[in-house]
Every structure is written in C-alpha cells, then in structure tokens.
Design a protein around this ligand. Sequence first.
Ligand SMILES: [Zn+2]
Length: 235
Amino acid sequence: MWGGRTGALLRVWGLWPAGVRGRRPLGCNAASLAGNNSPQCWNCGGPGVPKRGDGFFCPQCRALQPPDLTRDYFSLMDCNRAFAVDTAKLQNRYQQLQRLVHPDFFSQRSQTEKDFSEKHATLVNDAYKTLLAPLSRGLYLLKLHGVEIAEGTDYAMDQQFLMEIMEINEKLAEAQSEAAMKEIESIVRAKQKELSDNVSKAFEQDDFEKAKEILTKMRYFSNVEEKIKLKKIPL
Ligand SMILES: [Zn+2]
C-alpha cells in the first residue's frame, strides 16, 4: 500500500520534466530543472538558491523553485529523523509550508511556477500525512534505514499474535451493537498505543528488525481499524 503510493508519486515526478520540456525549449538550466542539483535559478539563472532550508524562492527574482526531491520528509517537515515526532510542531510546519507553496497563491504567476507549486503542495501533503500516522511514519523511517516490509505477509508472525488478530476479527464480525463496536475499538486503540511505544523504543535502540516486526503487527491492527470504519458506515 505504502510502496504503491510512493511508486505512483515517483512516476508523477518522473513525468514532470517532460511537461516542462513541452512548453519551453531546453535551455542550459534543464539539468538543474530535472535534478535540482544546481543552486541556479531556473528563471533568471542567478546563483544562490539554497539547497536546504526554506529557499523555495530565488533570492533575486523571487521565482518559485522546483521541489528538492532528494530531501526526505523529516528534513522537509523540520522534524528530527526519529519515530518520536512532535505532532503539534509537525502541524505548524505543515501550515507554514502551505502558506508558502499553496497553488492558490500562484494563480497569477507563470505556468512553470504553477506547476512547481502543485508539486510542492503534493510533496508537502504526502510528507505531512506520512509523518502524522505512526504506522506510515514507522514504515517510512524503516525505509530510510534500508529496511522494507514486503507487501505480502511473508513475515513469520507468532501463533499467539495471529490468534489474537483472529479473535478480534471474529468479535468484529459478530458485533451487533454500538457498545460492542466501542469495546473492539478501545481494544485496538490500546494495542496500537502499546505497539507504537514499543516501536519507538526499537528505533531509539537502532533495532530495525524489532521495529519491522512491531510495524508488521501494527499493520494488522490498522487493517482491523479499516474494517471497523467500514462496518460503521450504514448501508
Ligand atoms: Zn531567479
């Protein structure tokens, strides 16, 4: 699920230089447009566009620069690269970035800047959502450390855990009242909190195998949460 979404995004990013190429001839700035490795401004060619920080705009002509796709979400959202994230700070940063790059502010600007603002906004939204939810944040952090969880459940789960999940799923299937649903919800919420605390500790100790095992469990509970949501929707 997570890998697919990122893959789709990368495909979108992979497409955009072609779109730019269609509107304007390739100039000497094309390389910096595509790779964003050069600090040169795409618009005026001026130097001094900071690679890091919030130098989204050229200091000389104020043109919006393309997003730096080499920057990871933690850096973009001004968070420490750790599982423990200050969500209030994350929210503030999200709002701050939205005020900088929201496409509404670029309606009177050049097409290139409109395109860039769309890409910035997509990136900022994705970074925010990924870092906000513990499961996606953990999976992302794991990936930054070079560890990925395969889509299929080929990870050996212990029998006790699988029984626990089965029992919760049965309870959910049988639940007929709001009280019964609430009970299941509170069980799942408590479990996710416990797992979230444990995965935080695993990351603190750089124990990525442990983190991977706990995140796999969190994904099972996340699936249960999805089922709860679906069951709540009146048919
Ligand atoms: Zn410029």
